[in-house]
Design a protein around this ligand. Structure first.
Ligand code: SF4
Length: 264
């Protein structure tokens, strides 16, 4: 597969010797990362921050970033981020995970961190398949979507229905913020930056777990060109997975959730 050079506007991209690290043409994981790095730079938080990554195409990203990071076992970034936040006390701890890492093998870790209300941010890059290992069906694969394990298209009766992760995360009391964004066009890119800024701000204020799902294109596994993939996202992915904020809870409401004293 042809590999492309990663370029971005943020000066936090570094390590030119790794600049041909494997992202396929049209992959939007580096685009989502550019939004993330711009937010860190604009908010002056890069020196306060550490990223935790699991297994997936995004696990190459930290090798390209001029910041601290830890690599975790597959699906375990929320657990490692919890330890980093509680023990090393970094002010800003965020994970960058694919939809498989975050909500298939890692579903237990993600849900447990949400239940505990860990003061971390989980960023899930949703490309609707297991990109790294050859495009198998993932929890967020659309109904009817053909993957290498659903050659006839995902059928609800056999393979189940797409998981709506941002909406699910919003149901947990320990979660203060949950949003779904995309990076399909300049306006979406700017909205993604706003969501990331809000999520980080809430973590810095200690309000609870903040979650941002970013829809990203994975053209080779859709067997589509980069532009066709963006049209597919516009027409079909966003119809199944609407963009928006599903939870945005203020300090007063989160403080109401502190444990109550048990008398007697
Ligand atoms: S397989 Fe998909 S997610 Fe992975 S680098 Fe290629 S386009 Fe990006």
């Amino acid at each position: 597969m042809e590999k492309v050079r990663v370029t971005g506007g943020s000066p936090l991209w570094t390590r030119p010797e790794f600049a041909t690290i494997p992202f396929c043409p049209g992959c939007q994981e580096p685009v989502a990362s550019e939004a993330l790095l711009q937010v860190l730079e604009e908010t002056g938080l890069v020196g306060e921050a550490i990223a935790v990554v699991g297994i997936g195409c995004n696990s190459f990203l930290p090798f390209l970033w001029k910041m601290d990071f830890v690599m975790a076992a597959h699906g375990r970034p929320p657990d490692v981020a919890t330890a980093v936040k509680r023990i090393l006390k970094y002010p800003l701890v965020f994970t960058v995970q694919g939809d498989g890492d975050c909500f298939a093998i890692g579903a237990g870790s993600t849900v447990s961190a949400a239940i505990r209300g860990e003061k971390i941010t989980i960023i899930m890059l949703n490309n609707n398949n297991y990109g790294t290992t050859g495009g198998q069906m993932s929890p967020t694969t659309l109904l009817g979507q053909k993957t290498s394990t659903t050659a006839l298209g995902r059928g609800g009766n056999e393979e189940g229905f797409p998981a709506h992760v941002a909406e699910t995360m919003a149901t947990f009391k320990g979660v203060c913020y949950s949003a779904r964004t995309a990076v399909n066009d300049p306006a979406s890119f700017q909205r993604t930056k706003r969501c990331l800024r809000t999520a980080f701000q809430m973590q810095m204020e200690g309000l609870g777990l903040s979650f941002v799902e970013i829809i990203v294109a994975c053209p080779p596994n859709r067997r589509l060109s980069p532009l066709e993939t963006i049209k597919w996202i516009d027409d079909e992915v966003l119809a199944e997975f609407p963009l928006g904020e599903f939870k945005n809870v203020g300090r007063e409401e989160m403080e109401d959730r502190e444990p109550v004293e048990v008398k007697g």
